[in-house]
Design a protein around this ligand. Structure first.
Ligand code: PBG
Ligand code: ZN
Length: 349
């Protein structure tokens, strides 16, 4: 024992473990690598479009004819996977979201193109109806005339879960047929994972297409820029009756366990930054499943806004956010920062 009464006891001395950059790096259980990044991309039905999305700095809506020249440099830098969202601006939207699986829909054309021209890239397709319905909700609606005014106001019975699941199954199958290696239902209807998985197996895609469930998807305030980008703002009401309440740890646990039991290959938590505890829950409830998280549009916009306001440096903060996801247990990160990370991971930190 030192005679100096301020001396730190040896078992309390942590600084010896992280005084050097390499030692700090060795403290991580998992490091961000390029394979862990999945890039969300918006594809429109205007073939030559390259349109800035104001609220998502640097992100654009792409027409099918511009996709190759947009992706080629990213693939050269190590891009391994994308998730596609369709933005139909000219197709006729209707109550069942018919443009979702029309053979000419942008997501199907883009899937075929990417599989053909970039065979090393894994293509995931988001499966949902909100970009394709005239009402902007994620599923099909009940016949509202059968509802009382109070029920309509409460929205509790507005979504027809059964009809919606059947539709999700058709759309997922159409994307698998187009070559999607992952279908990712974000609609949040009950029972969709089992229905989609069964349809894939029944149609010969059991060993050719994964199901990535947006298992714990919360009704968040941070989807605004996405909805602007995708044109998927609901015409009335909100999504609180099919996306989880932000306070609902128990529902999130049940959703994760349910989707595992229905055959999900990948699980997801969304949004990411305010839900690190849910990622940890998912890791522990489903330790044998890869776990994704979605750093959503509002998080991306927020990180940019803070950096622009001089609150922090963008690159450092982007790394800090994603390192948090990995620490919480994620193995795949969906993020609009993917092109930046492909550069940053080649630089010295
Ligand atoms: C559509 C969908 C949304 C997002 C992904 N798929 C929006 C929503 O649920 O309203 C959000 C992604 C983002 O904000 O980046 N079901
Ligand atoms: Zn949706």
């Amino acid at each position: 024992m030192s005679s100096d009464s301020l001396a730190v006891p040896i078992q309390s001395t942590l600084a010896g473990g992280y005084f050097h950059p390499l030692l700090r790096s060795l403290q991580a259980e998992r490091h961000l690598t390029k394979d862990m990044l999945m890039y969300p991309i918006f594809i429109t039905d205007e073939p030559d479009a390259v349109v800035e999305i104001k609220s998502l700095p640097g992100q654009k809506r792409w027409g099918i004819n511009k996709l190759h020249s947009f992706l080629a440099p990213l693939v050269a830098k190590g891009l391994r996977s994308v998730i596609l969202f369709g933005v139909p601006l000219h197709m006729q939207k209707d109550s069942r979201g018919s443009p979702a699986d029309d053979p000419s829909t942008p997501v199907i054309l883009a899937t075929q193109l990417i599989r053909r021209e970039f065979p090393g890239v894994v293509v995931a397709c988001d499966v949902c109806l909100c970009e394709y319905t005239d009402h902007g909700h994620c599923g099909e609606l009940c016949d509202v005339s059968t509802l009382t005014e109070a029920e309509q106001a409460a929205q509790a019975k507005v979504i027809d879960n059964g009809k919606s699941v059947k539709r999700m199954r058709e759309v997922a199958l159409a994307y698998a047929r187009a070559g999607a290696q992952i279908v990712a239902p974000s609609d949040m209807m009950d029972g969709r994972i089992g229905a989609i998985k069964q349809a894939l197996v029944d149609n010969g895609f059991g060993n050719r297409c994964s199901v990535m469930s947006y298992s714990a998807k919360f009704a968040s305030g941070m989807y605004g820029p996405f909805r602007e980008a995708a044109g998927s703002v609901p015409n009335f009401g909100d999504r609180k009756c099919y996306q989880l309440p932000p306070n609902a740890r128990g529902l999130a646990r049940r959703a994760i366990l349910r989707d595992v039991s229905e055959g999900a290959d990948f699980l997801m938590v969304k949004p990411a930054m305010p839900y690190l505890d849910i990622m940890r829950e998912a890791r522990e409830l489903a330790p044998s499943h890869p776990l994704a998280c979605y750093q959503v549009s509002g998080e991306f916009a927020m990180l940019h806004a803070g950096a622009n306001a001089g609150v922090y440096e963008l690159k450092a903060m982007a790394f800090e956010s994603v390192e948090g996801f990995l620490r919480a247990g994620c193995t795949l990160v969906l993020t609009y920062f993917t092109p930046d990370f492909l550069d940053w991971l080649d630089e010295d930190k």
